[in-house]
Design a binder for this molecule. Structure first.
Ligand SMILES: NC(=O)c1ccc[n+]([C@@H]2O[C@H](COP(=O)([O-])OP(=O)(O)OC[C@H]3O[C@@H](n4cnc5c(N)ncnc54)[C@H](OP(=O)(O)O)[C@@H]3O)[C@@H](O)[C@H]2O)c1
Length: 299
C-alpha cells in the first residue's frame, strides 16, 4: 500500500498545483509542503488561495508556499501566470494539472469554448506549453494531468467544442476528462520522440468528498453516492497524483489511480487505459485543435 509516508524529501523542488485552494489539489499541495518543497498554489480567487496557504501553514511541514493566480477559463490569464512564473523561477520540477470543474450550467470560457473542455483541458494544455521551456531544462521534471474515471464514457466531438450543437453537462465532463488523458499520453509520445527527459503521467483520484459536486442538486448527489459507494477523503484522492509525481516506479504515458472497487477507492496502482484514450488519430487531431485554439505550440 503506497501512502504519503512513501514520499521522499522534496526539498529543493519547485512545484505548481492548479486548483490547489480546495479538495484534491489542496491535499496534493499540502503533501508536497510537508515534504519540504516550494509549492505554488495556483487558483483563480486570491482570497481562497491565501486562505488555503494559511490553513497549510497551521499544519506540519517545512516547505514554502507561494500564491499563484490563474483563471484556466481565460487564455490571457494562463499566459500572464506562466510569464510571471518564468520571470521569477529558474526551475519547475513538477506541474500538477489538477484544477477542474464538473457539470456547471451551460457556460463558456473567455475564448468561447465549452467551460469544462476549456478549463479542464485547454487551459492546462496552454499552461503546460507556456511552461515547457522551464520544465524541459529542469532535470527529472514531470507533468501530471488529473483525469477521472469519467474518461471511460468520453468521446471527443470536434463539432461541438463550443457547444455549437447542444450542451449535456455530464457528456461534456466526460469529454474533457478524456481530453486530459489523451493529452497526457500524446505529450509523452512527443517527449519520447524528441528524446526529452521530462515525463508526462496521468492520474485519476477515484471518488472523493470535495467541492467538485457543487453544481449537483442534493438528490443528484445522493444518487451518485448510491451508484459509486462511499466517497474517500480528499487526502486519499491526492495519492495517485502524488505517486505519479514522486514514485520511481511511475512511468511516462501511464495512468495511476486507486486500486479497489473499479478505481473508485483504494491506494495508487497502475490502471488499465481503454482504447478511447489510446487512439492516436484522435490524439493528433486533438493536439492540432488545441494548438490552434490556444495559439500555444510546444517547442
Ligand atoms: N472529487 C472526485 O471524486 C474526482 C473524481 C475524478 C476526478 N476528479 C478531478 O480531480 C481534480 C480536482 O477536483 P476536486 O474534486 O478537488 O474538486 P474541487 O474541490 O471542486 O476543486 C477544484 C479546484 O479547481 C479550481 N478551478 C475550477 N475552475 C477553475 C478555473 N477556471 N481556473 C482555475 N481554477 C479553477 C477550483 O477553484 P475554485 O474553488 O475557485 O472554484 C478548485 O480549486 C479535477 O480535475 C477533477 O476533475 C475529482
Amino acid at each position: 500500500m503506497w501512502t504519503k509516508e512513501n514520499i521522499t524529501d522534496q526539498s529543493g523542488k519547485t512545484i505548481i498545483v492548479t486548483g490547489a485552494n480546495t479538495g484534491v489539489g489542496f491535499e496534493t499541495a499540502f503533501a508536497f509542503y510537508e515534504k519540504g518543497a516550494h509549492v505554488i498554489l495556483a487558483g483563480r480567487d486570491l482570497n481562497k488561495v491565501e486562505e488555503a496557504i494559511e490553513r497549510i501553514r497551521k499544519l506540519k511541514g517545512n516547505g514554502s508556499l507561494e500564491v499563484g493566480i490563474i483563471d484556466l477559463a481565460s487564455l490571457k490569464s494562463v499566459k500572464r501566470f506562466a510569464e510571471s512564473f518564468i520571470i521569477k523561477h529558474k526551475q519547475l520540477n513538477l506541474l500538477i494539472n489538477n484544477g477542474g470543474v464538473m457539470i456547471p450550467p451551460a457556460s463558456k470560457t473567455v475564448e468561447g469554448f465549452e467551460l469544462q473542455f476549456g478549463v479542464n483541458f485547454l487551459g492546462h494544455f496552454a499552461l503546460t506549453g507556456f511552461l515547457f521551456p522551464l520544465l524541459e531544462k529542469t532535470m527529472g521534471s514531470r507533468i501530471i494531468t488529473v483525469s477521472s474515471l469519467a474518461y471511460l464514457r468520453g468521446v471527443i466531438d470536434f463539432g461541438n467544442l463550443k457547444s455549437e450543437k447542444s450542451y449535456d453537462p455530464m457528456r461534456e465532463y466526460c469529454q474533457s476528462k478524456l481530453a486530459d488523458i489523451i493529452f497526457s499520453i500524446e505529450l509523452q509520445r512527443r517527449l519520447s520522440a524528441n528524446q526529452k527527459q521530462t515525463v508526462s503521467i496521468a492520474a485519476q483520484p477515484g471518488a472523493n468528498k470535495t467541492e467538485l459536486t457543487r453544481h449537483m442538486s442534493s438528490e443528484a448527489l445522493a444518487e451518485g453516492i448510491e451508484r459509486v459507494g462511499t466517497l474517500m477523503d480528499p487526502w486519499q484522492g491526492a495519492l495517485p497524483s502524488l505517486y505519479a509525481a514522486t514514485s520511481t516506479e511511475a512511468t511516462g504515458g501511464k495512468l495511476y489511480g486507486p486500486d479497489k472497487d473499479g478505481g473508485y477507492r483504494g491506494y495508487p496502482a497502475e490502471a488499465i487505459i481503454t482504447a478511447n484514450a489510446l487512439d492516436e488519430v484522435v490524439a493528433k487531431k486533438l493536439w492540432s485543435f488545441a494548438e490552434q485554439a490556444t495559439g500555444v505550440y510546444f517547442p
